[in-house]
Design a protein around this ligand. Structure first.
Ligand SMILES: Cc1cc2nc3c(=O)[nH]c(=O)nc-3n(C[C@H](O)[C@H](O)[C@H](O)COP(=O)(O)OP(=O)(O)OC[C@H]3O[C@@H](n4cnc5c(N)ncnc54)[C@H](O)[C@@H]3O)c2cc1C
Length: 485
């Protein structure tokens, strides 16, 4: 038995399935509606695969107007809606309930406008993260946020989760690179926020939408800030014989004022798994950092020297700089294949908590102690430069009770992140995974204000209603919403 509860589905809505599907089919092309249980099963989970539930139906629109029509019908019939991109959420953000309709935006795949003079690109939000930079390649520009899932995940999901990635240390996460959105409210009304120009007046509602986890609106178009590609970049690999010392080195690099584009951390278990899987040529040691610097040759050399001097204080077992493209690829190869490599070791839960960089050494030590207490193994691979940790808890789903033990350890690790001054999520969002831990970070009044914002956007609580807020805390809002006219 897993530990995360979902609300009891509304049997009244389930009983009306044919009426709901008929209403959708009357207003939308048949080929964008899926209601056969054999086919809705493909949408029963996201990357938090321990939790599954096929939805009532799925709609896969190709335009904002089709999204609006589907949303209007669901609103009229009071049916909960689960917005979905590529389904790579690790927090269960796109997990359906049996009484919900999934509205997937992955078929909204058009590139609408590229304006390098004004440094923006406008896209439909079903395009994948990686395809945005690919589209800009010939112009010499790129889109900075780079989640490890970037080959698959969509801009819609990135906006909903305020996603980050290795290069966000220097360039910021999605919110720092998002200029505007077109979106559909729960009533089906289409709204535009922000735009390509800086300095929009009025309340920054765009910032509310980014990171709102599909709870406020369905985002169908986005205007994204783009950046000229740097002249050059150089990854540096630094090996240490102690995990904590590697953490101290990260804190010292940040403290020194050098700002690399990325500082990535892998511990011994992760390095071993990566070596067995990708043969990246990493040293056999307790922790590896990959630090990437960029700029002109002179800037790269200067930053490399400064990082070399800092690392030397911590007695590294290896300090390797890349001198050509092939060596750079080899250094990144292991990090990029880390999740795949860990997957070969068995089932794992991927956590996502953030701690102050100065607390990394202590947090790493405590995670090791907690893992021992729970008799489970934890590998660490994460964006160390901004303190965004991703402990991977290994477990065997076929052994009774082990998922529950892994989840309990995960909860303790996330509580630790909050206790040392950090927070529950750096980039994966809350979804259902961390929903019941929200009270460790937010006081009841804080959560009340957040839920009042949801009340304002979605008074009926139809959009992704069982996520983010603990079910007992959100129940009065959800029940009041169900009675709304
Ligand atoms: C191997 C792996 C590595 C990963 N690495 C990273 C990483 O480095 N950094 C990182 O930040 N994340 C990472 N993730 C997590 C995940 O890829 C991100 O959260 C991503 O942004 C989800 O995008 P998606 O298109 O798959 O969205 P989904 O998983 O489909 O949905 C995610 C959330 O967005 C909402 N949503 C989807 N579409 C819309 C829409 N059109 N409008 C409003 N809300 C919507 C959903 O309701 C859900 O709450 C990783 C995942 C995996 C599996």
């Amino acid at each position: 038995m897993s530990m995360i509860a979902m609300p009891i589905p509304d049997e009244g809505i389930i009983a009306r399935k044919s009426e709901i599907v008929a209403a959708l089919a009357a207003a939308l092309p048949a080929e964008i509606i899926i209601s056969d249980p054999e086919e809705t099963r493909a949408y029963e989970c996201d990357a938090l695969t321990a939790y599954r539930c096929p939805p009532l139906a799925v709609v896969l629109p190709r335009t904002t107007e089709e999204v609006a029509t589907a949303m209007r019908i669901c609103h009229g019939l009071r049916v909960p809606v689960i917005p979905r991109g590529a389904g790579t959420s690790l927090a269960g953000g796109a997990l359906p309930t049996a009484d919900s309709v999934v509205i997937g935006t992955m078929r909204l795949r058009e590139f609408l406008e590229i304006d390098t003079a004004n440094r923006f690109i406008r896209v439909q939000t079903g395009v994948t993260n990686l395809s945005v930079s690919a589209e800009l390649e010939a112009e010499g520009f790129f889109y900075a946020p780079d989640p490890s899932s970037q080959l698959a995940c969509t801009i819609a999901g990135n906006i909903a989760m305020n996603s980050g990635g290795a290069h966000c240390l220097k360039y910021g996460v999605t919110i720092n690179n998002l200029l505007g959105v077109r979106m559909v409210l729960s009533t089906g009304e289409i709204v535009e926020l922000g735009g390509p120009l800086l300095g929009a007046s009025g309340l920054d509602i765009l910032a509310l939408i980014c990171g709102s986890e599909g709870q406020l609106a369905i985002v169908t178009e986005a205007t994204l800030r783009i950046l000229p590609k740097p002249e050059g970049a150089r990854p540096i690999l630094i090996g240490f014989d102690s995990a904590e010392i590697a953490g101290e080195c990260v804190a010292q690099i940040i403290r020194s004022g050098v700002l690399p584009v990325a500082i990535e951390y892998m511990d011994e278990m992760c390095v071993r798994a990566v070596e067995a899987f990708a043969k990246a040529g990493y040293p056999n040691c307790a922790a590896v950092l990959i630090v990437e610097v960029e700029g002109s040759e002179a800037e790269i050399d200067d930053q490399t020297q400064r990082i070399r001097a800092i690392a030397a204080e911590f007695d590294p077992v290896e300090f390797r700089t890349s001198s050509n493209a092939a060596e750079s690829l080899a250094i990144w190869k292991g990090r990029k294949s880390a999740f795949g490599a860990m997957g070969r070791l068995g089932d794992y839960l991927c956590l996502d908590g953030t701690v102050p960089v100065s607390m990394l050494p202590y947090t790493l030590k405590r995670i090791g102690e907690l893992a021992k207490d729970y008799n489970l193994e934890v590998a660490n691979v994460f964006h160390a430069g901004d303190g965004n940790m991703h402990p991977l808890i290994l477990f065997n789903a076929n052994r009774p009770g082990e998922l529950e033990r892994a989840e309990a350890l995960g909860n303790d690790i996330l509580r630790l992140c909050v206790d040392v001054g950090g927070c529950l999520s750096g980039e994966h969002g809350v979804g259902v995974e961390k929903r019941d831990l929200m009270a460790t970070q937010f006081a009841p009044d804080d959560m009340a204000i957040q839920m009042e914002i949801k009340d304002a956007f979605d008074p009926e609580w139809l959009l992704n209603p069982a996520k983010v807020f603990p079910l007992d805390v959100s129940r009065p809002h959800r029940e009041r919403g169900a009675r709304c006219d």
